[in-house]
Design a protein around this ligand. Sequence first.
Ligand code: AMP
Ligand code: ZN
Length: 298
Amino acid sequence: MRDIESSAAINSIIDALLVPAGAPGIFGRTEIFERTIEGLNRLITDRRESGAEVFTFPPVMSRSLLETAGYLKSFPHLLGCVSCLSGDEPHIRGLVEKADWVDALGATDLVLTPAACYPIYPLVAARGVMRNAGRSFDVSSYCFRRESTHEAGRLQSFRMREHVCIGTPELALQFRQRWITRAEAIAQELALPYQVAPASDPFFGRMGKLMAMSQVEQALKFEMLIPVLSREQPTACMSFNYHLEHFSEIWDLRTEDGALAHTTCVAFGLERLALALFATHGITIANWPATTRAALGL
Ligand code: AMP
Ligand code: ZN
């Protein structure tokens, strides 16, 4: 394994793989980077549990669905909302000719999707009582988060692949545990150094600190940490989340016995995983370990 000595190392890797696109945390992807992401996607598809329903969601979603999901309580600081100009042609022409045209923007019914799993709960709820408890879903989306810092690997726009289970508490927890084991096997196959550690979400404000502490106490979130920036402070590349009845209460998701379902989601941050591969094995794919290349079909 290569030595990740400093953030200078990852910055030169990023320069070779991602092209700055005029705003912090926003990059174009090179072909070699995209081929790696494709390999990761294939590998994750290959490990999918049988019977999973597969959906790809767009990078925007319904604002009212995200409001209902409680996102504004927990993460208002990360949200991006789609704003547009409206009116007839003379009105819009008049607006865009002014330097302060931005002030005329109005919020629309769309927000930028902040995590791939948000659209799945209302979609399943709309089908009524689940006949088949323990259903699983494989969802993916470009995600947006208005991050306040922009160190390597912290993007504003990135792709997330998630496996979601909606079922009884036992089935939901077993699903998460199976995926932790599976994710460890994936990291080993890719020859990536990793550790799985308790974690919390970046909840907003002072109340948020309490929510984060309670999340750790209840062991609701774990992350797989892999060196990207440095060995000492590895980066969260996957997360394993147990929401208890949070989403089921909101959307009235019930199993066949009438009880509220429990939900779990397992998230793969595709750009971070790709960066971890390059940080660990170097910029030249031909020099990567054979097991890593075979797993990714590269
Ligand atoms: P989370 O919902 O915060 O657990 O995020 C799921 C996964 O998405 C994380 O484990 C990361 O791999 C990835 N991720 C989250 N935020 C970012 C970001 N700002 N830039 C790149 N990847 C991210
Ligand atoms: Zn999720």
